[in-house]
Design a protein around this ligand. Structure first.
Ligand code: KIV
Length: 287
């Protein structure tokens, strides 16, 4: 399988092939997503919600994103790896933005960075791109601006907002973005932006006309039964399956049914070889 790069994504848009993007936060899931053919993996600052348990993405730091990028990177060989610039890692100054984007690439192994915001970030984007780092833009519903938006509210419904979003999209393409996330905007507006741009648009809650789609992986797997926004389709109800499996384990532990004979080592040295499995050390894997 060929490595996915920024060129691959441009070519996919040109031939009208939809791009599949998912978030990911660890090596085990990275291997699963790559096995399923996901083209782009985003270590999103949504890790603040789904990994750290915060109500917003605001507490996430560059160190957190670097840590998860490193873990995800160990599970990937083909997919294009994008790291999210977290809140206040690029807003205060252009120099800080370039330095933090550099950390995601140099320390985390990201192949591109993503940042939220419109034309006001054009200069930041230009400077990061000039440093050799591809930038994925992100407009519409901006989770890092949750307090300014007054909640997680669909954007671009008024004519004025829609005009501003189209202008932002064009400005970000002009500033050098290689792709653009459109989050929480009406499908018609996303379709118009997608038509007007030569770079791929990646939608989340933005309808089917985008050049690609992104979801938080735990949402499509149905890990949180309390989170069911309109834009998420659950392909599994993993919450139920996990609770069922763990309850069964608990019952078997209490009833001394687990471990059974086949999970137990005998005294004879000849009988058991290596323990086997990850925790006993898998040959060829780095520690
Ligand atoms: O942080 C994130 O996971 C994201 C995607 C949902 C686009 O920004």
């Amino acid at each position: 399988m060929k490595k996915v790069t920024v060129n691959t994504l441009r070519e996919m848009k040109a031939r009208g092939e939809p791009i599949g993007v998912l978030t990911c936060y660890d090596a085990t899931f990275a291997r699963l997503l790559e096995a399923a053919g996901v083209e782009v993996i985003l270590v999103g600052d949504s890790l603040g919600n789904v990994i750290q348990g915060h109500r917003t993405t605001l507490p996430v730091t560059v160190d957190h994103v670097v840590y998860h990028l490193q873990a995800v990177g160990r599970g990937l060989s083909r997919a294009h790896l994008v790291g999210d610039l977290p809140f206040m890692s690029y807003q205060a100054s252009v120099d800080e933005a370039v330095a933090n984007a550099g950390r995601l690439v140099k320390e985390g192994g990201a192949e591109a960075v993503k940042l939220e915001g419109g034309v006001e970030y054009a200069e930041v984007i230009r400077r990061i791109v000039r440093a050799g780092i591809p930038v994925m833009g992100h407009i519409g519903l901006l989770p890092q601006a949750v307090h300014r938006m007054g909640g997680y509210v669909v954007q671009g419904r008024s004519e004025e907002q829609a005009k501003k979003l189209l202008e932002d999209a064009l400005a970000l393409e002009e500033a050098g973005c290689y792709a653009l996330v459109l989050e929480g905007i009406p499908g018609e507006l996303a379709a118009e932006i997608t038509r007007r741009l030569s770079i791929p648009t990646i939608g989340i809650g933005a309808g089917s006309a985008c050049d690609g789609q992104v979801l938080v992986v735990y949402d499509l797997l149905g890990l949180d039964p309390g989170f069911a926004p309109k834009f998420v389709k659950r392909y599994l109800n993993l919450h139920e399956d996990v609770v069922h499996a763990v309850s069964t384990y608990m019952r078997e532990v209490k009833e001394r049914k687990f471990p059974a004979e086949e999970h137990t080592f005998g005294a004879k040295r000849s009988e058991a070889g290596a323990v086997g499995g990850l925790y006993g050390g898998t040959p060829g894997k780095s520690s």
